[in-house]
Design a protein around this ligand. Sequence first.
Ligand SMILES: *Cc1c(COP(=O)(O)O)cnc(C)c1O
Length: 357
Amino acid sequence: MPIIHNFNAGPSILPKSVFVEASQAVLNFNNTGLSILEIGHRTSIFQEVIDEARSLVKELMQLDKNHEVLYLHGGASTQFMQVPINLLDDKESAAYTDTGVWSSKAIKEAKLFGKVETVCSSRESDFSFIPKDFAVPNDAKYLHITTNNTIYGTQWHQIPKTSNSLVADMSSDIFSRVLDFNSFDLIYASAQKNMGAAGVNLVVVNKNILGKVKRNIPTIMDYQNHIKEGSMLNTPPVFAIYVSMLTLKWLKAQGGVAAIEKMNNEKSALLYSAIDDSELFTGTVNKEDRSKMNVCFVMKDKTLEEAFLQFTKTHGIVGIKGHRLVGGFRASLYNALPISSVAVLTKLIKEFTDNNI
Ligand SMILES: *Cc1c(COP(=O)(O)O)cnc(C)c1O
């Protein structure tokens, strides 16, 4: 068996040390003689875990006092509805940017709770770029963006400047680069791309924007209730939060977000230049909007794609088959993927090119 290089889009690679620690905790958590899977969430031993996870988020994102950190159930898909339920009244409107499948889904859900103004879209060009010229109506309650488009491989490198409240789905690039996180009023991200195992999602919210809608919000959907209860309104996904805490501890030990961003820049530059240098391969999106997390590319001669996939497989490459909507290949370069794995894929692209032209 060759060494595995895991380029999966999500759930995806996590640091080896996290797997080791998490598996030990399943057998005997912190020498308590108990498994992490069998302890009560209201015990002091779990309280320490969630406290540490939430404080690592605050520290790594350098959040101010207004921003609250929640770990919630239901994945990013639940946030597509929870955001408008909490922020948008029936007769009000919110501005959404339409840059891929996930943002389209967010738009669909928001329409159930208020008016949606789609202020820009790259749909006509198969979502191959990030729109730059668009206006946001003054009365829009918030502007929603998907900072990284996991399926199409585009990323907002310039966060739009707006006087409106800014809301972002950061599922696939959270903790990958330095941003002014306090300039967002609400950030959500499912954990299984870049910050842990599936089963939990992170919500960072400016508490000052809450409590303004007139509708009755079901208890479990109201962010304010979760804040009041310290992110433990009901039984939280204990194990997923634990794995997220370990992943963030690992990230801090790497030097934090700025240090990992440098690595992510090197990894994506290496892979994109191999694609650009090859006569057989080509990227699928506008160069300036290329994602540093999900690198999408195709072969100019589609009949060679299966052969390339098989060739890379024999060298331990996993998870590079493109999303069915885009085809070709997608290599996801999340934080935990070492640059050595990217170097292997890069070498294979060069070798395959040399052998086939
Ligand atoms: C994966 C993903 C989602 C969906 O996350 P779930 O946890 O499956 O609901 C939403 N938005 C983006 C940008 C994603 O990458």
